[in-house]
Design a protein around this ligand. Structure first.
Ligand code: AMP
Length: 487
C-alpha cells in the first residue's frame, strides 16, 4: 500500500523495524547477520550493518532480504565488516522503490567521535524538529526520523557522546527502541513508555541487544532481560552500565506486538507470543462461538489463535488454507492492485478439507479488509457451506503513529463500517472480533478498565498515550513523508 504518490513513496516516513547490536565478539558482523535473519519478519525491505574497526566505521546497507544481502556471492560484504562490535537494522516500509538513503544504520562523524544508529519505532515530533533544524541550516541526507536524532546529537553541547545522544533523545517524542555504536561503546535505549521491544542477551563474554529474543536464540545467546522503558544501557570494555535519564512515564507496550508483529517464539515483556495468541483464540471462542464443523486459520498469522479457538470450542482444527512461503507479507506490496493479486500468490484453499464444511476462519486482524474479503471468497469457491470469520483482535479503528505501519485512519475498514457492514463487505456468514477486555485477559495483563491500561492499544481504542505533535495543528493525519512536507 502506498500513502503517497509513487515518486514520493520510497521516502515514506513510517516503518516497523528490527534492531540488533553486539559488543565484544570477533564474529560480530556474522552474528549480526544471523540476528537480523531471525528478525526478518519485522522488516523485509532493506538491511544494514555497521561495525567499528581500526579507527573507522564500516557500513554495508542494501535493499532486499538479509540472506540475499549478506549471503551467497554477497558473503564478501560480511568480510568487509571487521571489528568486534556491530549494530544492524532491518527496514520495513510499505512503499515501493529502493529508498537507499533511508537504509539504516545511519552514521555521522560528530565532534567527540562518530556514531552509528539503528532505530525501531516512529517519532511523533520528527517533522517539527526537522523543520526547525533545516531552518537553522541543517542539511539532511535522508527522510528518516533516525537522522533527526543524529542532527540533535551533533548539536548537543554536552562533551561526551553518550550524553549528547541522551540530550537528543530528551527532545524527541514518540516510540523508539534503538541501538547505537560509538568507537568505544554499544548503547541501547528504549523510550520511557516502552512502546517497542528491546532485549538484552549474553553470549559468553559478549553483550547483545535485539528487538526480540528469537534473535538471541539463533546465535545461542542467553536472554538476560528486557531493556526497561526509559533505560539507557551503555556497554564498553569495562562492562555494562544502566541509566534512567528520562522522566518516568506509565508503561505502554504495544499490544499489537502480541497480536501480529512479534515472532511467535519470542518472549516479549515476559510473555511468550505464541501462548498469548493461543489464549486470544480461547477468549474468542468463549466470546464468539460458532455452529461449525471446522476451525481453519489464515496462515501463518492466524494459526496460534485458531488452535486456541479449536481447543476452547471443541471443534476440530485443520489446515484448510495452505500458504506459499516464498512470497513476502501481503500487506507490504506497493500498490493496491498488486496487493489484491498478492493474496492469491500467498494462499490457496485446501479443497479436500473445506468442501461442504461450515468453517470458522480465524485471522489475527482486519485492517483494510482486502485480505479477508479475498480469503472468504476463496474458501467459498472451494466448497465451504458456511464461513464464520473470527478475528483475534478488536476492530482496528485508528492509525498507529508509533511505528506499526497502518493505513490512514479513513482507510481502515472498522473506521468506516460497523460489524454488520464489515461482515457484508468481506462476504462472511458471520463476523466477530475479540473484545479489548478479552485481549487484555489473554495477555494476563491488568483489566483494561483500570485507570492506567498497561499497553498502548491506540489502534483499537483511539487513546494515544504519547503526544502527536506532528499530527496536530492542521497537518495531515499520518506518519508522513518528510520530503513531501518539507520540500
Ligand atoms: P487487510 O485487512 O487486507 O488490510 O490486511 C490484514 C492482514 O494483514 C491481517 O490479517 C494481518 O495478518 C496483516 N497485517 C495486519 N497489520 C499489519 C501490519 N501493520 N503490517 C503488515 N501486515 C499486517
Amino acid at each position: 500500500m502506498s500513502f503517497l504518490p509513487e515518486d514520493h513513496a520510497p521516502d515514506a516516513f513510517r516503518e516497523e523495524c528490527a534492531v540488533f547490536g553486539i559488543f565484544g565478539n570477533d564474529e560480530a558482523a556474522k552474528l549480526t547477520v544471523l540476528g537480523l535473519h531471525a528478525l526478518q519478519h519485522r522488516g523485509q525491505e532493506a538491511s544494514g550493518i555497521a561495525t567499528y574497526h581500526a579507527g573507522q566505521f564500516v557500513c554495508e546497507r542494501h535493499s532486499g532480504l538479509v540472506g540475499d544481502i549478506f549471503g551467497g556471492r554477497n558473503a564478501t560484504r560480511v568480510e568487509n565488516l571487521k571489528g568486534a562490535c556491530a549494530i544492524g537494522h532491518n527496514r520495513y516500509s510499505t512503499s515501493g522503490g529502493s529508498g537507499a538513503r533511508n537504509i539504516q544504520p545511519m552514521f555521522a562523524d560528530l565532534s567527540g567521535g562518530g556514531i552509528a544508529i539503528a532505530h525501531n519505532g516512529n517519532l511523533t515530533n520528527a517533522l517539527s524538529l526537522r523543520e526547525e533544524l533545516v531552518h537553522q541550516g541543517a542539511i539532511f541526507q535522508s527522510t528518516s526520523d533516525t537522522e533527526v536524532i543524529i542532527h540533535l546529537t551533533a548539536r548537543s553541547s554536552y562533551p561526551r557522546l553518550v550524553d549528547k545522544l541522551v540530550d537528543a533523545l530528551k527532545q524527541v517524542e514518540g516510540a523508539w527502541s534503538l541501538v547505537a555504536l560509538t568507537p568505544k561503546k554499544l548503547i541501547g535505549a528504549r523510550d520511557p513508555w516502552g512502546v517497542r521491544p528491546l532485549v538484552l542477551g549474553r553470549l559468553g563474554g559478549s553483550w547483545i541487544l535485539a528487538s526480540e529474543t528469537c534473535a538471541l536464540d539463533i546465535i545461542g545467546a542467553q536472554f538476560e532481560r528486557d531493556v526497561e522503558p526509559g533505560e539507557v544501557i551503555v556497554i564498553d570494555k569495562n562492562g555494562l552500565n544502566s541509566y534512567f535519564p528520562f522522566n518516568r512515564r506509565p508503561q505502554r507496550f504495544c499490544i499489537f506486538e502480541y497480536v501480529y508483529f512479534s515472532r511467535p517464539d519470542s518472549i516479549v515483556e515476559g510473555r511468550n507470543i505464541y501462548e498469548v495468541r493461543k489464549r486470544i483464540g480461547e477468549e474468542l471462542a468463549r466470546e464468539a462461538p460458532a455452529k461449525a464443523d471446522l476451525v481453519v486459520p489464515v496462515p501463518d498469522s492466524g494459526v496460534p489463535a485458531a488452535l486456541g479457538y479449536a481447543g476452547a470450542s471443541g471443534l476440530p482444527f485443520d489446515f484448510g488454507i495452505i500458504r506459499n512461503h516464498y512470497v513476502g507479507r501481503t500487506f507490504i506490496e506497493p500498490t493496491d492492485g498488486i496487493r489484491h493479486f498478492g493474496v492469491k500468490r500467498k494462499h490457496n484453499p485446501n479443497r479436500a478439507i473445506l468442501d461442504g464444511k461450515r468453517v470458522v476462519l480465524i485471522d489475527d486482524s482486519i485492517v483494510r479488509g482486502t485480505t479477508s474479503k479475498k480469503i472468504v471468497q476463496m474458501v467459498r469457491d472451494a466448497g465451504a457451506a458456511e464461513v464464520h470469520f473470527r478475528v483475534a483482535s478488536p476492530p482496528t479503528t485508528h492509525s498507529c503513529f508509533y511505528g506499526v505501519d497502518t493505513p490512514y485512519t479513513e482507510e481502515l475498514l472498522a473506521h468506516n463500517m460497523d460489524e454488520e457492514e464489515m461482515r457484508r463487505f468481506i462476504g462472511a456468514d458471520s463476523l466477530r472480533f475479540v473484545s479489548l477486555a478479552g485481549l487484555y485477559r489473554a495477555t494476563g495483563g491488568r483489566n483494561r478498565n483500570s485507570a492506567a491500561p498497561q499497553f498502548c492499544d491506540a489502534c483499537f481504542s483511539g487513546e494515544y498515550p504519547i503526544r502527536l505533535t506532528d499530527q496536530h495543528g492542521g497537518r495531515k493525519d499520518g506518519q508522513l513523508s518528510l520530503l513531501a512536507d518539507v520540500a
